[in-house]
Design a protein around this ligand. Structure first.
Ligand code: HAM
Length: 432
């Protein structure tokens, strides 16, 4: 019986046989996750972990019932207690649910939370788009200042820089406050109404549900119609204008180059004021590596206090694929420093004792427990990519001498058995 992974999902393995797939190797994921975590900590964030499923209503209310995520992409199921549950398609609504549920707002005025984990969207799988993907996200609650928006944009850029990524573009826009959006929606409705029948089927639905989302349409015909559409930036209230102007001038002062894209509205309904995306030209159709924005109304909409918030999330698959495309180097995967091969039954207790002692003193050592012939044990040592190999048999135990072989140079050195532990420790210290 064949058991392939479900469509749109994949396994992260210690080693992939096809080098094209090596971005799915666990040591690469661990490296990226360590940079994500350390950068989050440097920027003052603490980790939050929420369940991977939530009540469906959280996402219909939070992400918005005009979004593609809610209308087409959710993995929703009814559990045995007849509750409608959904595998989380994104992290923001879930984190804000937890924020409200745990009354975090009672303990402090400002909250900086980050998360790493899988998200689920029933999308048509293609390069860079999966049904289970992984996000790193960061959310700040309690600050409405445009400085906070820029801190988030600086953080996402810093993450990509620390990971060695280059040639990324920052796109920004403002979707304003409620009054700005109300006025703009009226203007856009007036502009698109005469062209309604030429709009794509998706955009016809968006026309009544959330007309702003038409700006996001991938249909070339819609984009042609939108060429002469009014710009949201001409409809910003004075407060929203000031907020956006401050964001732009702070980005200028940090030398973060960006492009203003008045059609950037994002696919989730909770945003207000600043929205942003970071893209990489080389990634193809799914070229957004990370994205976010301000969402001052979400916590209140979900039944919590009225608190401003801003955040972003970045797809870890897309980070790793961009790193691969840009030939970014990774630290070498873990491998044993010494591989011990007991030549016979009599030498096993000695080898096992040495193995444990070395490990307890933090030297990464492996022992061959396969009971196979020496040639097979040496192959095992090679497949583990051990730096050194030591074969110990009855003869070595009697003569109190062993040979340690450096696998890369094939050089061998003789060492007295009583000093073997210290010699390996010294070698390890000079190596690391
Ligand atoms: P999003 O743009 O829907 O935003 O997703 C964030 C990132 O997740 C995308 O930029 C992309 O890198 C990655 N991503 C999304 N869908 C997929 C997929 N099917 N396969 C692979 N990668 C994917 C959000 O989810 C918001 N919660 C971001 C946010 C946080 N806004 C404020 N705070």
């Amino acid at each position: 019986m064949q058991n392939p992974a479900p469509k749109g999902t994949f396994d992260i393995l210690p080693k992939q046989t096809n080098s094209e797939e090596n971005w799915k190797e666990s040591h690469r994921w661990a490296f990226v996750e360590s940079i994500l975590r350390s950068t989050a900590i440097d920027y003052g964030f603490s980790e939050i972990r929420t369940p991977i499923f939530e009540h469906t209503e959280l996402f219909t209310r939070g992400v918005g019932d005009s979004s593609d995520i809610v209308t087409k992409e959710m993995y929703t199921f009814t559990d045995k207690g007849d509750r409608s549950l959904t595998l989380r398609p994104e992290g923001t609504a879930a984190v804000m649910r937890s924020f409200i549920d745990n009354k975090l707002y009672e303990s402090a005025k400002i909250h900086k939370l980050f998360y790493i984990g899988p998200m689920f969207r029933y999308e048509r799988p293609q390069a860079g788009r999966y049904r289970q993907h992984h996000q790193f996200g960061a959310e700040v609650v309690g600050i409405s200042s445009p400085y906070q928006d820029v801190e988030m944009i600086d953080m996402i850029c810093q993450i990509y820089k620390r990971l060695g990524l280059q040639d990324l573009s920052v796109l920004i826009n403002s979707v304003g406050d409620e009054i700005s959006r109300k006025n703009y929606k009226e203007a856009l409705t007036q502009y698109l109404e005469p062209h309604f029948h030429s709009l794509s089927e998706d955009s016809k639905v968006r026309f009544t549900k959330n007309i702003l989302r038409i700006l996001d349409s991938k249909s070339p015909q819609d984009q042609q119609l939108l060429a002469g559409a009014p710009s949201i930036l001409d409809f910003l209230s004075p407060e929203s204008q000031l907020h956006f102007k401050t964001v732009c001038s702070l980005l200028d002062s940090l030398n973060i180059s960006y492009e203003i894209n008045p059609k950037l509205v994002r696919g989730l309904d909770y945003y207000n004021q600043t929205v942003f995306e970071v893209t990489c030209g080389k990634l193809g159709a799914q070229n957004t590596i990370g994205a976010g924005g301000r969402y001052d109304g979400l916590i209140k909409d979900l039944g919590g206090p009225s608190l401003p918030a801003v955040g972003f999330a970045s797809g870890i698959e897309r980070i790793l694929q961009t790193m691969k495309k840009q030939n970014v180097s990774f630290p070498a995967p873990f491998h044993p420093f010494v591989y011990l091969i007991p030549f016979d039954e009599k030498s096993k207790p000695f080898c096992f004792d040495l193995l444990c002692k070395l490990r307890h003193s933090h030297v990464p050592v492996q022992m061959d427990l396969s009971d196979k012939k020496l040639s097979q044990c040496l192959q095992n040592a090679n497949s583990f990519q051990a730096d050194y190999v030591i074969v110990i048999g009855e003869g070595e135990l009697q003569e109190k001498k062993v040979k340690i072989k450096h696998m890369a140079s094939r050089k061998e050195e003789e060492i007295s058995l009583p000093s073997l532990f210290e010699t390996i420790q010294t070698l390890w210290k000079s190596h690391s």
